[in-house]
Write a protein that binds this ligand. Structure first.
Ligand code: WT7
Length: 636
């Protein structure tokens, strides 16, 4: 068993070994980490409850593996170069030793606030080095972090705080994003009106804008950390103790808290990072994701730090001050490994080559893509203009629930093919099934993607509701983890992800449940009922098309639209704003009251040539009316 795969034969050998004896394979991988106590049992699992335990009986602390383990040989190596939103502001860098010290100090702050092992801490922060410090300090004291993307509204934040029963919130006064300054602390204050369980709020001073500090509850990070000791012994936790909760959307209305535990997540985050990206000692790695998503957890914080790599941490957005920003940052830090989302590539592609050609981009060696299917045009643009046809593109398929990359080329090793995630990582056993759950063996098959054997970072539960985890992922097909994605395996055995087969849409790489958006729209005072579907969008991948029935049918449509947009922004956040809002008098419902979404999807796609059987509709006339008012040109 090797740690880092070097060529295709080695990949094949490792893959075969991982399937033949998964326990021996992963035990070998786990051995290079620091354990406070070695495990008793490598794997115990069943997918029916589900109950999966990796490295059971072991004790460790993941931050010792991210930080302490590197101090001897890499203490002075840069862990992060931090690039602020405004490039004129002083940049910062932080070595492994400095990061270790900051994390120890903040761990002591958490302890002084009475934080106990297993307690949940909500983090709502911009992309600054302190967000990494906050995440790692939680892990160091054995608390469970729940990071909420700082673009979510007060109401979304409050829901997540309450679901996780978090006692503490870590935030900042404000944040800089492009030419906007966002009042983060005000959003937290509003959220906490509905989250009375929160005892303390720690506020990092980032923008120095005025904020209200509630006496007895709110504390300044900057003051607390001054008095904190830089010595902190990491708390030993059990292998299966939760490391974090991360909320994600599903087909039902309420986002669920995906729970990842410590040891298995650690081993897989590092193993997948190392093998997919193939960084070396001198690499400068940059993932443009936000810490609020799983990519930020696994491939900004944990994976790169476990591997001891130098990364760039970026506070800003791709288009500020202009659409050349990414490439400017690549040249400035001589980035070698660059990881972003197809939606960003398409947005920059649309801005024109004049924002790319001024940059050298000659440091780049590997390009990555994540979050949604990458279309061939975007793939080629990325390959031609960013990678100059000399950088392998790793199209990495995975999910919040999988904790790490499951299907992807290994950079420079697997032959790539545009829009294919290619082959499973060692330890990952994908199967494609038909709607009855029969495995479709062989190549040239298409169906639903499942995984038939546990990998170390598989979801363990959904916080506070284990039954929901079972229902969502382990009940559709017996003894299989169901991903929710459609997939094709081609003649070479390569996997191509076709997109979601459930009521989840992927807008600019952000996952959203149509029911969640509908619930938000229905809160609007002008609306009685709504139905939301995705439609193909040139830049976002999928856009949001909402059909709404109004309280007052005479109300001017623009008024309805503005009102709905404001409501969705208030309830979820700007990322869930519908692109198109069509006012309708009725929705196509069956006699049992179910909305026939396939009809709405066809209308939103602009192709009504084959609507299928509509005879079971309660009122087929509704369809004609909807077609007439469609906001896109219709074919057929
Ligand atoms: C869903 C998971 C994984 C981190 C970011 C998104 C889609 C993800 C790819 C890819 C095609 C992809 C899937 C998946 N997806 N990566 N390379 N090719 N589709 O995590 O928010 O949990 O969303 O994103 O549909 O199920 P997430």
């Amino acid at each position: 068993m090797v740690y880092k795969i070097n060529n295709l034969q080695e990949y094949q050998r490792e893959y075969a070994a991982s399937v033949e004896n998964p326990e021996a394979f992963w035990a070998k991988q786990a051995e290079r980490f620091q354990w406070k106590k070695k495990w008793d049992c490598v794997l115990d699992w069943n997918f029916s409850e589900p109950d999966v335990k990796w490295f059971f009986g072991g004790k460790l602390n993941i931050t010792e593996n991210c930080l302490d383990r590197h101090l001897l040989n890499k203490g002075d190596k840069i862990a992060f170069y931090w690039e602020p939103n405004d490039s004129a502001e002083a940049r910062r860098s932080i070595t492994y030793r400095e990061l270790h010290t900051e994390v120890c100090k903040f761990s002591n702050v958490l302890k002084s606030l009475g934080v106990k092992k297993g307690e949940r801490i909500c983090i709502y922060m911009p992309m600054i080095p302190e967000v990494v410090v906050a995440v790692l300090a939680c892990a160091r004291v054995g608390a469970i972090h729940s990071v909420v993307f700082a673009g979510f509204s007060a109401s979304s934040l409050s829901d997540r705080i309450n679901d996780a029963k978090a006692d503490l919130v870590i935030t900042s006064d404000g944040s800089f994003r492009g030419n906007k300054t966002i009042a983060i602390k005000d959003i937290v204050d509003e959220a906490l009106e509905n989250s009375p369980g929160v005892k303390n709020v720690v506020v990092y001073k980032r923008t120095s804008q005025p904020v209200t500090m509630k006496p007895g509850r709110d504390l300044w990070w900057n003051e607390l950390i001054e008095k904190a000791s830089p010595e902190h012994e990491a708390e030993p936790v059990e292998s299966e103790d939760p490391l974090f909760i991360l909320y994600t959307s599903g087909s039902t209305g309420k986002p669920k808290g995906v729970v990842h535990t410590t040891a298995g997540y650690m081993v897989f985050a590092e193993y997948s990072f190392t093998n997919v990206f193939q960084c070396n000692e001198d690499s400068i790695y940059w993932s443009t994701a936000d810490i609020g998503w799983i990519t930020g957890h696994s491939y900004i914080v944990y994976g790169p730090l476990l591997a001891g790599v130098t990364s760039v941490l970026f506070e800003g957005i791709p288009t500020y001050p202009n659409p050349g920003r990414f490439w400017d940052v690549v040249d400035k830090y001589r980035v070698t490994h660059f990881y972003t989302a197809p939606t960003a590539i398409r947005a920059l592609m649309a801005c024109g080559l004049e924002y790319v050609t001024p940059y050298k981009l000659d440091s780049l060696q590997v390009l990555g893509s994540v979050g949604e299917p990458i279309n061939e045009e975007a793939w080629h643009w990325y390959d031609d203009h960013v990678g100059k046809n000399k950088c392998p593109i790793v199209d990495t398929w995975w999910q919040t629930e999988t904790g790490g990359i499951l299907i992807s080329p290994l950079a420079g090793i697997t032959k790539t093919k545009p829009s294919y995630a290619t082959l499973p990582l060692p330890g990952v056993q994908p199967v494609i099934v038909d709607s009855e759950g029969n495995e479709l063996k062989g190549n040239n098959v298409e169906g639903n993607l499942c995984i038939k054997f546990p990998w170390p970072s598989i979801i363990r539960t959904t916080y506070g509701d284990h039954e929901r985890c079972r229902q969502t992922y382990f009940s559709t097909y017996k003894n299989l983890y169901f991903t929710g994605d459609g997939c094709r395996r081609d003649e070479d055995g390569y996997y191509r992800i076709l997109g979601r087969v459930d009521d989840v849409i992927n807008v600019s790489g952000h996952r959203m449940g149509t029911a969640e958006v509908e619930n938000a729209i229905n809160e609007d005072e002008t609306v009685i009922e709504s139905a939301v579907v995705g439609f193909p969008h040139d830049i976002k991948g999928q856009g949001i098309y909402a059909f709404v029935i109004c309280e007052d049918p005479e109300l001017d449509h623009e008024t309805v639209r503005q009102s709905v947009l404001a409501t969705v922004t208030r309830i979820i956040g700007p990322i869930a704003k519908p692109d198109k809002i069509q006012v309708v008098r009725g929705l196509p419902k069956t006699r049992s009251g179910k909305i026939m979404r396939r009809i709405l999807r066809k209308v939103a796609e602009g192709d009504v040539s084959n609507l299928g059987d509509i005879s079971t509709l309660l009122d087929p006339g509704v369809v004609e009316e909807i077609k007439k008012g469609a906001l896109v040109p219709l074919k057929g």
